[in-house]
Design a protein around this ligand. Structure first.
Ligand SMILES: Nc1ncnc2c1ncn2[C@@H]1O[C@H](COP(=O)(O)OP(=O)(O)OP(=O)(O)O)[C@@H](O)[C@H]1O
Length: 385
């Protein structure tokens, strides 16, 4: 059979079948279309202003590495005039985050961007390894999510930056839409579908420039641009409900590739019809009573990304991606944790300060301090030998 020609340039050999719409493209056209779509997202949602200082939440994983690379390219190509900084949170997970941070350090050199690393141990007096040692693996994602959200804010504040971008992609948003629907929590849709989210407990805004990018295309982009990223999953167990939602999304995508974007768009439409409860934080960004780590879930519930990455590693030259990918994700129990809330009086529910740590909070005590209270009690119970 003669090789398929790129449907865009009509010249080169097609090497990518786009997961989004099954267009067959050559390497250069795929890279260019991917970048163009992210540029369009940025421009149409007026994400940045010239001269803005922006921190990229950099975990060393594929999403944030692609985000850093694409933002650097577009910033130079379209003269956004952004000052880009990498901001990494060290959760204190040996054998996982310490390795991925080495990748971020290399990225900082490769992309010529300053890097700031902030650790849970310095902020909270606990590493995630110690948290898991104390509470077990089961609900650890909730702790990690709440801590990371605040840590990113604090890191941004240390840098004097008011805008953090994260590598959340279309699959992440679709999952969150589905989870909110399955929980009957429609009012939360507005927050989880917004490209920009603020929070009543922070002056730092968040945005997701890869909101419309498919996870599979992110992996393809990283592969074809030969980006240096870390692809091992978190060693602690992911939140089960998100994992199940992800498995469902991947199954839908297999029979109808547009499903992911369709779910995102439906979420946006439903959000418009729902009374606006204000711009609080987004479930994609962790916290608010649920675990928030997406990567591990993706790999453990069907493991498609891991399979794609493994295929790239084993095949020096990938001709096409028309592989049928199997799913073996097993639904587990809903590992979400309802966080206790100590409310301020209604008239006090504006941006205040946590009575414990002094950090911004709309509640009397911030979520991180509430979780830390429980952890510290446990620590006090452990006899010193
Ligand atoms: N330790 C961290 N430090 C800084 N930013 C982080 C960290 N962990 C997650 N983020 C940000 O949150 C986004 C979503 O994180 P998540 O844990 O869901 O991983 P992911 O979807 O696999 O992303 P990635 O591939 O970038 O690790 C990341 O893309 C990144 O921007």
């Amino acid at each position: 059979m003669p090789p398929t020609t790129c449907s865009r340039c009509q010249t080169n050999k097609a090497v990518v079948k786009r997961p989004k719409n099954h267009d067959k493209l050559c390497r250069d056209c795929f890279i260019s279309v991917f970048e163009l779509e992210v540029h369009h997202t940025i421009i149409s949602s007026k994400l940045f202003y010239p001269g803005e200082r922006v921190a990229i939440g950099a975990s060393g994983g594929k999403d944030s590495t692609v985000l850093a690379s694409v933002l650097k390219t577009l910033n130079e190509r379209h003269k956004y005039q952004l000052e880009l900084v990498l901001l990494s949170i060290d959760e204190g997970i040996k054998g996982y985050r310490d390795d991925s941070l080495e990748t971020v350090k290399r990225n900082a050199t490769q992309y010529d961007m300053p890097l700031k690393i902030v650790g849970y141990d310095e902020l909270y007096g606990w590493t995630m390894d110690q948290v898991v040692e104390t509470i077990g693996k089961k609900r650890n994602c909730t702790y990690c999510g709440v801590f990371r959200r605040q840590a990113l804010d604090r890191g941004a504040n240390m840098l004097g930056i008011k805008h953090v971008v994260t590598g959340h992609n279309a699959d992440d948003v679709a999952e969150t839409v589905l989870m909110n629907l399955l929980r009957g929590d429609v009012p939360r849709l507005s927050r989880c579908t917004s490209i920009v989210t603020g929070s009543s407990s922070s002056e730092v805004k968040r945005s997701k420039p890869l909101k419309y990018a498919y996870e599979k295309e992110i992996v393809l982009y990283a592969h074809h641009k030969k980006l240096d990223y870390f692809s091992t999953e978190c060693i602690y167990s992911p939140e089960a409900f998100r994992g199940t939602a992800r498995t469902l999304i991947k199954s839908l995508e297999r029979v109808r590739p547009s499903s992911i974007l369709d779910i995102v768009r439906s979420g946006e439409d439903m959000a418009r019809l729902t009374p606006d409860k204000g711009q609080r934080s987004c479930d994609c960004d962790e916290g608010e009573g649920m675990g928030g780590c997406g990567s591990a879930d993706g790999r453990s519930s069907g493991g498609e990304m891991a399979q794609m990455e493994a295929a790239f590693k084993n095949q020096p030259k990938v001709e096409s991606l028309e592989k049928e990918i199997t799913s073996n994700g097993k639904p587990k129990d809903d590992g979400s944790v309802k966080l206790p809330v100590r409310t301020r009086r209604r008239d006090e529910q504006t941006l205040g300060h946590c009575v414990k740590c002094g950090y911004m909070s709309s509640q009397l005590m911030c979520q991180a301090c509430m979780l830390l209270e429980g952890l510290n009690k446990n620590r006090a119970d452990i006899p010193i030998l």
